[in-house]
Design a protein around this ligand. Structure first.
Ligand code: TYD
Length: 130
């Protein structure tokens, strides 16, 4: 079973010029990209996520701001990841419950292995743990 992990992304540039980071399909990430979405303007006190996916794999980048992920596996083991730099991605395999906190300026970019399908969501923790 694949595990969540931080992936260092390519970063080209220098402080005086700025940077570019790149993700190419099947290069640093172990899936084909079928969907890209981003979230923004999440108030600081709001926790998002609170679901798991049956098949979806994701690569998440905090292109701006700070995003804190708590990932929980089906045995209720918790792991925390802080995304605070745009040249690191968090790979999330299927089957992980996630709780997400954002700094107000955070922009979360998600590359996803599937198109949106509400049927792929597990929306209650009880159902997830079962
Ligand atoms: P959700 O994945 O529950 O967001 P979060 O984990 O950030 O709280 O999605 C929020 C709403 O947006 C939900 O009604 C489904 C909808 N949505 C789409 O229609 N398409 C998408 O690709 C995504 C990610 C969400």
């Amino acid at each position: 079973m694949p595990k969540p992990r931080l992936i260092k992304l390519n970063k080209i540039g220098e402080p005086s010029l700025g940077y570019i980071s790149i993700i190419e399909e099947n290069d640093q990430i172990p899936f084909d990209i079928k969907r890209v979405y981003w979230t923004y303007f999440t108030p600081n006190h709001i926790e998002r996520g609170n679901h798991a996916h049956k098949t979806l794999q994701q690569l998440i980048v905090a292109v701006s701001g700070v995003i804190e992920f708590t990932l929980i596996d089906v045995k209720n083991n918790k792991q925390k990841f802080t995304l605070d730099t745009p040249d690191v991605g968090l790979y999330i395999p299927c089957g992980y419950w996630r709780e997400i906190k954002f700094s107000h300026n955070a922009v979360l970019l998600c590359l996803a292995s599937e198109k949106y399908d509400e049927g792929d969501y597990i929306r209650t923790f009880q159902e997830f743990i079962k």
